[in-house]
Design a protein around this ligand. Structure first.
Ligand code: SF4
Length: 73
């Protein structure tokens, strides 16, 4: 499973950082959040593999993103 972050559409609300500061970090340069250790897959889109025991927590993070730009697939 992996997390996909459509970073271009991030509004920097910080919800994901509050859930998990080990995975998400606010980037002070543009006010958007970075997926820590995420690999760029296409322009503005980042992804990283997660363990099975991390899926549930990350699904909650995705659900709470107000602009729906975090996917767990
Ligand atoms: S919850 Fe969504 S919009 Fe808010 S900072 Fe995280 S990725 Fe960006």
């Amino acid at each position: 499973m992996k997390i996909i972050h459509y970073r271009d559409k991030c509004i920097g609300c910080n919800s994901c950082v509050e859930h998990s500061s080990k995975d998400w970090k606010l980037n002070p340069i543009d006010g958007k959040v970075d997926l820590i250790d995420g690999k760029k897959t296409r322009e503005g889109i980042f992804a990283k593999e997660i363990r099975d025991d991390e899926v549930g927590g990350n699904k909650q993070v995705a659900k709470d993103c107000p602009v729906n730009i975090i996917k767990v697939v």
